[in-house]
Write a protein that binds this ligand. Structure first.
Ligand code: BG6
Length: 539
């Protein structure tokens, strides 16, 4: 296998795109207007929608929060944040310059209400304000309520909206003439019981069609593209099953630590933060059956089938870890227990790996291995599909077992793309085999548009498309799958935390989890960045 693959970059003009149309009139109410999510992601996403002409022509944004400020001060703090993304290579939200016309459209639409989310008085004020926006901003009474708040407020806000009559839609033949929709951020519950209780609570005030349970991983273009890759090509589906696939590895590795989120993270941990939501969404995209159509009901049904067929994970099939001090990308960093707002004897996991089984005809006997963690050696999100080896090797002195495996890798981030590793004959007089890689990079084909990942999701809520959002049953099934591990971990504290150095590949126990199946994790380097994929499988 070559040490590094030659970089061949062919710039190609992609076929013209199907143009999206701006959504119809509406108001967007953001609870948690002063919060991090609003500043870093929601408003930059609205700005990008404004820049690309995909905001409603008649639109209003209402910020709601406890901070005492007016619309001008709120707008200024948002603009300052946007400005900080200009030329900031380290930020996902990087932009080249702020387009004043696009920003002005947003500012003109903004108003602000101060209040306490538990106070019914706030919701009366909001009722009157939304009523005024119908003639002044021509919103036609349509409202998107975005709950960008801590999860303890989800229930109270929905109830208060309901009591104030703010969730009532005018239905005609089951179709709302005036719609009301609520976006609920993660975490949706912290275990199976609390997720069920939250579903029951919000469904007293809302129909399922009004609820948009968001998972921002589904806003990533590369994640959405998995369905296109599988179902718009005739090539892959015939081999996408237990006959040809040996196993699947899903990795979401981060180099960052908990940063300023210690308070939230220390009571949450890596398992709750990442697995039943983000990682399972990736798994569902790979494992789902072809939908009968490309619409919300068909797609969500097929994803729900996957979650329902996932076996609950037994504690022996799960590994936890916590980072100690070390060096990440050449920079010294301290242990998790030294992070701000983290207990000095914290037993919260910052890494989790597990082995999953899906009980259905397509996947019986094919293990899915998942791992995610903070402060790892590299930042890399990928889904790697390992194919079964050739049944027989007609080459002198080459045993099948020594042939490097065929890997199909969906690179989610960074360096988005798809690569395939296969065997060729090395040039020369003797038959000598080499593993090479065929790699597709999104950047080679499509111009990169500034995108924070929330644009499509917000647009979809405005247009009433629930495809990329979770239904109540999907959320409950995912918690059901991880519940035995949550229960076991709560009952038995870990003995050896911290158990991996910052900047490493995670705890040794994660390696052992695969070793016992005679397999090994792929290295934490992004193969699509140009280096050869070293699928160092020991099978
Ligand atoms: C969030 C988690 O939902 O997703 C974070 O709470 C994590 O802990 C983040 O870092 C990862 O998302 P992204 O889009 O930065 O890969």
């Amino acid at each position: 296998m070559p040490d590094s693959l030659p970089q061949r970059t062919t710039k190609v003009v992609a076929p013209p795109r199907r143009e999206a149309k701006p959504p119809g009139p509406c108001a967007m109410v953001i609870f948690g207007a002063g919060g991090d999510l609003t500043k870093r992601l929601l408003v930059p996403a609205l700005y990008n929608l404004s820049r690309t002409g995909l905001l409603p022509e008649h639109f209003a944004i209402v910020g709601v929060d406890a901070v005492d400020q007016d619309a001008a001060a709120w707008s200024k703090s948002l603009r300052d944040m946007l400005q900080s993304f200009v030329g900031n290579a380290a930020s996902e939200s990087r932009i080249d310059a702020v387009d004043d016309t696009a920003w002005q459209r947003l500012t003109d639409a903004m108003s602000y209400l101060k209040g306490d989310f538990n106070d019914p008085g706030l919701f009366e004020k909001l009722h009157a304000h939304l009523h005024d926006l119908v003639p002044t901003r021509q919103t036609q009474g349509n409202v998107l309520f975005y709950l960008a708040v801590a999860d303890r407020f989800f229930g109270p806000i929905v109830e208060n909206l309901g009591h104030a009559g703010l969730l009532d839609e005018e239905l005609r033949d089951e179709t709302p003439r005036r719609w009301r929709r609520v976006v609920i951020e993660k975490p949706f519950g912290h275990d199976l019981d609390s997720a069920r209780a939250l579903n029951t609570r919000i469904r007293r005030a809302l129909r399922e069609e009004q609820i948009y349970r968001i998972d921002h991983f589904l806003g990533k273009e590369t994640v959405q593209s998995i369905m296109a890759f599988r179902f718009a090509n005739g090539l892959f589906e015939p081999i996408w099953n237990r006959d040809r696939i040996d196993h699947v590895q899903i990795t979401v590795a981060e180099t960052i630590g908990v940063e300023h989120r210690g308070k939230f993270y220390d009571i949450t941990g890596a398992l709750r933060d990442m697995v039943p939501n983000h990682v399972f969404q990736l798994l569902a995209m790979v494992a789902m059956e072809p939908p009968a159509g490309f619409h919300a009901k068909a797609i969500r049904n097929r994803k729900a089938d996957v979650f329902a067929a996932l076996c609950s994970v037994q504690p022996g099939d799960a590994v936890r870890g916590q980072y100690g001090p070390g060096a990440v990308l050449g920079k010294k960093v301290s242990a998790y227990r030294e992070e701000p707002d983290v207990a000095h004897d914290s037993n919260t996991e910052t890494f989790v790996a597990m082995r999953l089984a899906i009980d259905n005809w397509r996947w019986a006997g094919v293990p899915f291995y998942l791992r995610t963690g903070k402060r790892l050696a590299g930042r890399m999100t990928e889904i790697a599909i390992r194919f079964k080896p050739a049944p027989y090797a007609p080459f002198d002195e080459t045993r099948v077992a020594t042939l490097p495996p065929n890997w199909l890798v969906l690179h989610i981030q960074p360096n988005e793309g798809i690569s395939l590793q296969f065997e060729v004959k090395r040039p020369g007089p003797v038959v000598d085999l080499a593993a090479v890689q065929m790699a597709f990079h999104y950047d080679d084909w499509f111009p990169r548009e500034p995108n924070v990942g929330y644009e499509t999701l917000i647009y979809d809520v405005m247009t009433g498309d629930q495809t990329l959002f979770n239904r109540a049953d999907m959320i409950e099934e995912t918690w059901r799958v991880v519940q035995p591990v949550l229960t076991a971990w709560a009952a038995g504290p870990p003995r050896h935390f911290p158990n991996y150095a910052s900047g490493s590949d995670g705890p040794d126990a994660a390696e052992a989890l695969l070793r016992r199946d005679h397999r090994a994790w792929r290295p934490l380097v992004d193969a699509n960045a140009g280096a050869a994929s070293q699928g160092h499988d020991k099978a």
